[in-house]
Design a protein around this ligand. Sequence first.
Ligand code: ADP
Ligand code: 5GP
Length: 195
Amino acid sequence: MSRRGILFVLSGPSGVGKGTIRENLLADRNDIQVSISATTRTPRIDELDGVDYFFMDKASFLLKQSRGEFLESATVYSNMYGTPRDFVESNLLKGRDVLLEIDIQGAMQVKEKMPEGVFIFISPPTVDDLLSRLCKRGKDSVESIEERMASCRQEMSYMSDYDYVVINDDLDEAVKKVEAIIIAERCKTRNINLE
Ligand code: ADP
Ligand code: 5GP
C-alpha cells in the first residue's frame, strides 16, 4: 500500500526542548526528512552551515522570500527564519514524511497553506522550567532570554490551534509521545492510498 508523505510540524516556545526532542527522535530513525531552515541569525559556536541552518545575510534572505522560495517565514527574536518550500513539497510528493521545527508564527502560516499537516505543540511543564532551560542552554544573552520569556505567555495561547500537545517534562516520555503521534498518523486511513 502506498502512502502520501505527511508533514509534521513541531513547534512551541523557544527553549522548550524542540531541538532536543528532534535529535532524540532522529537518533533511532531515518524515515523522516528534516527541513533545514534559512536564517539571518549569526551561527552559534557549534553550528554548521547547511547542517543546523542555511545561514545567510538579510539581502539574500529577502531575495529568496520575494521569489516565493519559503513555505513560511517569520521574524523571531530580531532574526529572520524561513522554511525552504522546494524541500518540503518535493519530499511530500515522493511519499516521504517531513518534519519542521519552527516557531508558532511560522506554524500558523503552514497551517493556512497545508491544513492537512500534523501540528504538535511542545509545552514546558511550567514557565519557570522554561526559564531554567534557557539559562542552562547557555547560548542566549540575558536580553535574548528576557525577550523569549516575554513571548512565551502569549505563545502558550496558541496551543489550542494544534492537533496535539506534548508536555516536555521527562524527555524520554516526550520523545515517545511524539513518536507515537508519528506512528498513529501513518496508520490513518486518510494517509494511506487504499486503491
Ligand atoms: P528549543 O529547540 O525548543 O529552543 P532546546 O532543545 O535547545 O529548545 O532545549 C533548551 C534546553 O533545555 C537545552 O539545554 C536542553 O538540553 C534542555 N532540555 C530539553 N528538554 C528537557 C527536559 N525534558 N528536561 C530538562 N531539560 C531539557
Ligand atoms: P534559534 O535561533 O534558537 O535556533 O531558533 C529560534 C526560534 O526560531 C525557535 O523557536 C525555532 O523553532 C524557530 N525557527 C527555526 N527555524 C525556523 C523557520 O524556518 N521558521 C520559523 N518560523 N521559525 C523557525
